[in-house]
Write a protein that binds this ligand. Structure first.
Ligand code: P71
Length: 460
C-alpha cells in the first residue's frame, strides 16, 4: 500500500499469543453493552490494542528466565541488589527504592516534600502526577513551551520547559512555595515529545540558583535519550547510557513507572541522592507498599525490571522502537490523515477535530473516533480530549474544552509487527474516507472525577 519502509524488528518470535478479529455485528453489540466506552470492552474482543504502552510490553527470553531466579526472601533479596545496580548505573543517585508502579513512587515523594499551598512546576504533569500533587493541597503547574500546543509546529524538542515562564513563576510565587520542579521525559501529555539536554541543563541551573530540588518523571527516559542522540548537536556519537547519565546528573532524583521503558508489566521506583529524604521515603513506603528492598513487588518482578533496564539501552532496539511509531505516523500522514507532529516516542496522536469536522466539540469527536475505530476494525485507542479533560464552568455548568482534541494510538513495546500497524493504518485511512458517516455522542451517565473511565454514552 505504500513505498515507505517498515523498520526491521531486532528480535524474532518465540512465544505467540492468539488474537482474534471479531465480526462487525458482534462489535456493534459489544459497543452497546459497553456504553460506547472502550474502557469497558473485554480485552479479548479487541484485535489490536493501542489503549496504552504502559505495562503492555513483551518481555524478552532473558527477562522471562530472570523470573525463575526470583529470590522471594522478605528482606534483602538478591534481585533487589541487581535492580539497585541497574538503576544506579543509569541514574547515578545514591538511593533506589522500588514501588509497585509509577504513581506509588509519586505519592511517597510528594508526601515527603509537598505541603498545602505549595506549587509544583513541570513541563506538563501527567494525570497521576497532577493528582498526587493536588491531593496534598498543592497546585500542579504546566510550564511547557507554547509550541507544545501547536500540532503543526515541528520543533524537535516540543517537550521543553519554557525558561522564561519558569523564572517568572518562581519570582511571583517565591522559591519557598516550590518544594521541587519536575520534568517529564518524554512529555506524555504533550504527545510523547522529547526534552533536550540543553533545556534540562538550563532548568537545573535556574533551580540551583533558587535552591529548588529538580526531579524527573523518567518513565520514557530511554526514548528521550534516543531523540537527543538523533536531534541534538553534540550527542550523535554518545551512547544512550551516556546521554541518560548526563540527563540525570542535572537533577536530585527521579520517579519511574517501569511499565514503560523498563519493559515490564508491573513495577516502578524512586531514586534520590539525599540521605534524609531517602529515609523519609522508606518510612512512607513501609506504611503502604512494603519493605524497602521489595516495595510491593515480588523478587522476580525486581529481576525482570533490572534486566529490562539493561535491554532498553540497546540502540538497535530503540531505533526500531522509535521508527515503528514513526512508520505508523508516516503511513497516516501520507494518506492525508490529520496527526499531531512530529510523531512522539510511544504513540501517534490523531487530530480528531480535523478528522471529524462535522462533529461539534460538545458531541465529543475524539470519543466518536475511538468508537468508530473499534466498530470498523476492532482497534482500541484512547481519547485524550473533551471527555477526559473538559472542566465544568462552576456557574453555568457548561463544559470548557481543552485546546486539543486527540486520539492516542499508543504502541506497546515489542508486541505488534509492522503488518499489524499497516492493518491499523489502513483501517484509519478507510475511516477517514468515510468520515462523514461517523456520528457524535451524548453522555448518558458520568461520574464527577475521571469520568472517562466509567462514562456511558449513546450516539446522536
Ligand atoms: C499511559 C499511562 C498509564 C495510564 C495511567 C492512568 C490513566 C491512563 C493510563 C502513566 C504514567 C506516565 C507518566 C509520564 C507517570 C505515570 C504513572 N501512563 N508518569 O500513558 O505516562 O505510572 O501507571 O505506573 O502508575 O497510558 P503508573
Amino acid at each position: 500500500m505504500s513505498q515507505i519502509k517498515a523498520p526491521v524488528e531486532p528480535f524474532r518470535v518465540k512465544t505467540v499469543e492468539r488474537i482474534k478479529l471479531t465480526d462487525r455485528r458482534e462489535r456493534e453489540t459489544i459497543l452497546k453493552q459497553a456504553g460506547y466506552n472502550v474502557f469497558n470492552l473485554p480485552a479479548e474482543k479487541v484485535f489490536i490494542d493501542l489503549l496504552t504502552d504502559s505495562g503492555t510490553s513483551a518481555m524478552s527470553d532473558n527477562q522471562w528466565s530472570g523470573l525463575l531466579v526470583g529470590d522471594e526472601s522478605y528482606a534483602g533479596a538478591r534481585n533487589f541488589f541487581h535492580l539497585e545496580s541497574a538503576v544506579k548505573n543509569i541514574f547515578c543517585f545514591k538511593h533506589v527504592i522500588p514501588t509497585h508502579q509509577g504513581r506509588a513512587a509519586e505519592r511517597i515523594l510528594f508526601e515527603a516534600l509537598v505541603k498545602k499551598g505549595d506549587y509544583v512546576p513541570n513541563n506538563i504533569h501527567f494525570d497521576t502526577t497532577r493528582a498526587n500533587v493536588e491531593v496534598r493541597g498543592a497546585r500542579a503547574v504546566d510550564l511547557v513551551i507554547d509550541e507544545a500546543y501547536d500540532p503543526d509546529s515541528i520543533h524537535p524538542f516540543k517537550g521543553n520547559m519554557d525558561l522564561e515562564k519558569l523564572k517568572k513563576f518562581i519570582e511571583k510565587k517565591s522559591a519557598r512555595k516550590i518544594p521541587l520542579v519536575m520534568m517529564t521525559i518524554t512529555n506524555n501529555s504533550g504527545g510523547g515529545q522529547p526534552v533536550s539536554v540543553k533545556n534540562i541543563k538550563e532548568v537545573s541551573q535556574v533551580c540551583k540558583q533558587h535552591k529548588i530540588p529538580f526531579f524527573f518523571d523518567a518513565c520514557r527516559f530511554a526514548e528521550n535519550a534516543y531523540f537527543v542522540k538523533k536531534r541534538e548537536k553534540g550527542y550523535e556519537k554518545k551512547s544512550i547510557l551516556e546521554i541518560a547519565q548526563e540527563i540525570f546528573s542535572y537533577g536530585q532524583g527521579a520517579t519511574m513507572s517501569a511499565k514503560k521503558d523498563a519493559l515490564v508489566n508491573i513495577g516502578g521506583f524512586v531514586t534520590v541522592d539525599d540521605d534524609l529524604l531517602a529515609e523519609k521515603l522508606k518510612n512512607l513506603l513501609i506504611l503502604s507498599e512494603g519493605f524497602p528492598t521489595y516495595g510491593g513487588l515480588a523478587g522476580r518482578d525486581l529481576e525482570a525490571m533490572a534486566r529490562g533496564l539493561e535491554e532498553v539501552l540497546e540502540e538497535d532496539y530503540l531505533e526500531y522502537r522509535i521508527n515503528q511509531v514513526a512508520y505508523l505516523g508516516r503511513l497516516l500522514d501520507e494518506a492525508g490523515v490529520p496527526i499531531f507532529k512530529p510523531v512522539g516516542g510511544h504513540a501517534v496522536y490523531l487530530l480528531a477535530d480535523r478528522f471529524l469536522p462535522h462533529i461539534p466539540r460538545h458531541q465529543y469527536p475524539g470519543w466518536a473516533l475511538t468508537v468508530a475505530l473499534y466498530r470498523e476494525a476492532g482497534v482500541r485507542a484512547v481519547e485524550i480530549g473533551g471527555v477526559m479533560f473538559a472542566r465544568k464552568d462552576e456557574k453555568t455548568g457548561r463544559e470548557i474544552f481543552p485546546r486539543l482534541e486527540l486520539v492516542r494510538l499508543a504502541i506497546p513495546r515489542r508486541v505488534y509487527t509492522s503488518a499489524h500497524l499497516e492493518y491499523v493504518a489502513e483501517a484509519i485511512i478507510d475511516l477517514y474516507k468515510n468520515r462523514e458517516k461517523v456520528r457524535g455522542l451524548r453522555i448518558v451517565r458520568e461520574s464527577r472525577y475521571l469520568r472517562h473511565f466509567t462514562v456511558r454514552m449513546e450516539e446522536v
